[in-house]
Design a protein around this ligand. Structure first.
Ligand SMILES: [Zn+2]
Length: 311
């Protein structure tokens, strides 16, 4: 990275398939204002660029540096989006150069959105004061990133950090990636809904009486004592714990940060997870690793995106 260190305000952008989030920061990284808009993710690359520029204008002060986290595979040398399932029109788009010229030639830094969120939590959230951290974002899918000795671990081809696709159950359920038994196929929002649908085929199950199958509804039912709903969380938690243990044993990070909507299920998910990682991880690895909840919420990505400009 090694970006210049502008003295003026910094603009952080989190460019996702659902929303464009932006925030203005001081040159020291203090967040001063935020803006958000629906992402025109299916329209055109120009429309997506326009939404980012509109957010920048809404925040007022022209930035002295721009960091943007993009949902997709990026060519960081060329400043291009290679491919983005969530923002299809951006494939091949020279986003860095187009942003730079539209914003009067300011330096622009791009990174993958999951890595941006990991850097945000690492520098300004739950991972502060750690040297190594793994972020697991437990949402509809599972994203995340690996920070080792203060740096995002990019891997040989920039493909590292796919924590949602480590296998936790050989011959387990099919995953969105084409594999089987990935963490995402066992613990994510969509995996939970899939398992709830299967349970709801038994009309005697209380799950069948829910008005909608969402993580919140399933958590409410489990907290009310329903055995079927509790079993869903128990299974998801156990799989999460195996994934956490794998990360502890492989990387021995100082902390593992859990973010995303499912993390809000609290002990429904975390108690069985803890039992699994205490059973599965080496004592030295788990004793030196704290598992924490994320603290920046949905603003982790914008904060991480400006990190290259900060000391
Ligand atoms: Zn997968």
């Amino acid at each position: 990275m090694g970006a210049q260190r502008p003295k003026g305000a910094l603009l952080g952008v989190d460019l996702g398939g659902t929303q464009v989030k932006a925030a203005l920061f001081s040159h020291l990284g203090e967040r001063e204002a935020v803006a958000r808009a629906a992402s025109p993710s299916r329209e055109s690359a120009e429309a997506i660029l326009g939404a980012v520029l509109a957010a920048a204008r809404e925040l007022g002060e022209p930035p002295a540096g721009v960091g943007v986290g993009v949902a997709g595979v990026l060519d960081l040398r060329e400043g291009r989006v290679v491919q983005s399932p969530n923002l299809p029109p951006l494939s091949g788009f020279p986003l860095r150069e187009r942003l730079r010229s539209a914003l009067g030639g300011v330096p622009v830094q791009m990174m993958n959105d999951a890595n941006a969120a990991a850097l945000g939590e690492f520098h300004a959230g739950a991972g502060q004061a750690c040297r190594s951290m793994v972020l697991l974002t437990l949402g509809t899918g599972i994203g995340g990133g690996v920070v080792l000795d203060g740096k995002i671990w990019e891997g040989a081809a920039g493909a590292a950090g796919e924590v949602g696709h480590m296998c936790v159950q050989a011959d387990g359920p099919e995953c969105s990636c084409g594999g089987r038994g990935c963490l995402e196929a066992c613990v994510s929002g969509w995996a939970l809904v899939r398992d709830a649908k299967a349970a709801a085929r038994d009309p005697a199950s209380a799950i069948a009486s829910l008005p909608e199958l969402t993580a919140e509804r399933l958590a409410g039912l489990a907290l009310a004592g329903d055995a079927g709903a509790r079993a869903l969380w128990e299974n998801a938690g156990r799989m999460l714990g195996i994934g956490v243990a794998n990360l502890m044993n492989l990387l021995n990070p100082e902390c593992i940060v859990l973010a995303g909507g499912l993390a809000r299920a609290g002990d429904l998910l975390l108690a069985p997870a803890r039992r699994a990682w205490e059973h599965q991880a080496f004592e030295r690895a788990r004793a030196s690793c704290q598992v924490r909840l994320a603290s920046l919420g949905e603003w982790a990505g914008v904060r991480g995106a400006i990190q290259p400009f900060l000391p």
